[in-house]
Design a protein around this ligand. Structure first.
Ligand SMILES: NC(=O)c1ccc[n+]([C@@H]2O[C@H](COP(=O)([O-])OP(=O)(O)OC[C@H]3O[C@@H](n4cnc5c(N)ncnc54)[C@H](O)[C@@H]3O)[C@@H](O)[C@H]2O)c1
Length: 252
């Protein structure tokens, strides 16, 4: 069976690392992002390295755009049987100041976007009686995070969705797991967070890196290697799990 993966938010950071890693394992990749120029760079890089990839433009929160993008991926490589729901946005604001619009946008992209992309890809996996879904959530769903109520609630929804899909889809040979990253540097999101000291809450990068048993910053490749393992055939008995890839920080 040819393996075809859709990786959302794959133009940067963790998503790009996952796309590169899966491509190195011989999987054809749909590099989906709202930023098509950046997605093309990642797809071109994968192809230059001998892999198979196409860039796809869509907002994960727009079902019409997602339908078109997934069809482009099918036309290029065949049915989609691996989905990595990685695209997401963040935000930092005290709970009482969050507006309805800010709350809705966070849920619309992080949670509803995951719902839409998963629904659009699912029939391919059911038809093939094989599938892998990996949801990139956040440790904030496990611990909570100050000034991130809307973000952590959206990621908590992804964890609950993961566990539910694992139960609904296990009989079809489809697994669904989630990786909740914490402090993965070298991404647009994390570099911006730590560049803005008010957001970092005065906690330095160095202090953050030293705060876990594995005394270093997380890297996008750390998340990618765990995601790649979850997508393998021999991970078929692992589903509904929250796989901590966080340097050993003792969280939920
Ligand atoms: N970096 C961390 O420390 C960290 C920690 C916890 C969770 N996460 C999660 O990991 C995932 C990746 O984070 P990252 O740090 O690589 O972020 P990033 O900002 O570097 O990359 C996210 C990508 O998603 C894309 N994107 C945003 N909204 C989109 C939409 N509506 N449709 C399609 N694409 C969209 C962006 O254009 C970007 O390319 C996110 O879901 C994030 O919440 C990251």
């Amino acid at each position: 069976m040819k393996k075809v993966a859709l990786v959302t938010g794959a133009a940067a950071g963790i998503g790009a690392a996952i796309a590169r890693r899966l491509a190195r394992e011989g999987i054809a990749i749909g590099v989906l992002d709202i930023l098509i120029d950046d997605a093309r760079k990642i797809a071109d890089e994968i192809v230059a390295d001998g892999g198979q990839a196409i860039a796809l433009q869509a907002s994960i929160a727009d079902r019409t755009q997602v339908n078109v993008a997934v069809q482009q991926l099918r036309d290029a490589f065949g049915p989609v049987n691996i989905l990595v729901n990685n695209a997401g946005i963040t935000g930092f604001i005290p709970f009482e100041q969050i507006t309805d619009e800010q709350w809705d946008r966070m849920m619309e992209i992080n949670l509803k976007g995951t719902f839409i992309v998963t629904q659009v890809c699912l029939q391919d996996m059911k038809d093939g009686e094989w599938g892998r879904i990996v949801n990139i959530s956040s440790s904030s769903a496990q611990t909570g995070a100050i000034n991130m109520a809307h973000y952590s609630a959206s990621k908590g929804g992804m964890v609950a969705l993961t566990r539910t899909l694992a139960q609904e889809l296990g009989g079809y040979g489809i697994t669904c797991n989630t990786i909740p990253p914490r402090f993965v540097m070298g991404t647009v999101m994390s570099e911006k967070t730590f560049a803005e000291t008010s957001i970092g809450g005065g906690v330095t990068r160095q202090a953050m890196a030293q705060s876990g048993p594995v005394r270093r910053e997380g890297r996008p490749e750390d998340i990618a290697s765990a995601a790649a393992w979850l997508c393998q055939d021999d991970a078929s008995y692992v589903t509904g799990q929250v796989i901590g890839v966080n340097g050993g920080r003792f969280i939920g």
